[in-house]
Design a protein around this ligand. Sequence first.
Ligand code: HEM
Length: 172
Amino acid sequence: MDYVEQRMAQEAQKDIVESLVFFTPLNVLLSAIVLYTVFAILRPSKSTNTFPPDPPAVVFKTYTPHTLLPFDGKDGKPVFLAVRGRVFDVSLGRNFYGPGGPYENFAGRDASRGLASHSFDEEMLTKDLDGPLDPLTDLDDEQREAMQGWEERFESKYMVVGRLVSVADFEK
Ligand code: HEM
């Protein structure tokens, strides 16, 4: 082997050794991290941009004291109550009006007189569900003001989902 061939063989061997130096455990690890990071960035995201489902459409209905009654929040049902002929969906306040809540007596009922009078007494609620609605004509100014205050609070917090009429008016 002449000198030139010998030098070429030496250089070729040097290249092989140098390329082996690159494959140190640390370099392999770093390369794996870089490759994984690039893959993670470029990988198509599994999560599709889904919006939360629309809340159920509110259907404005006419209720009677009878048909309002089942909306007492029991067994996961919505909680409705009426004030001065307007039916509010107070399900968001289930803790107040739902079963076991401090104001559960108003659930599914015309709560006008009770709210106006700050009273949970049974006689505040319309007894005869087939009869006329409570006319509330005997309330004094203070009671009217209190009732209005509750109405305003409900308006800002809950949806009006219907109106309350007597059975006689419903059948007209
Ligand atoms: C011992 C007397 C009472 C106390 C200490 C009391 C206390 C409370 C408290 C702390 C709240 C929650 C307020 C909030 O976080 O928004 C509340 C809500 C309410 N209270 Fe009373 N309350 C009392 C009597 C009454 C009475 C006599 C009535 C009417 C008959 C009444 C009707 C209501 C109603 C309807 C709500 C819920 C309003 C909503 O849906 O946001 N409370 N009460």
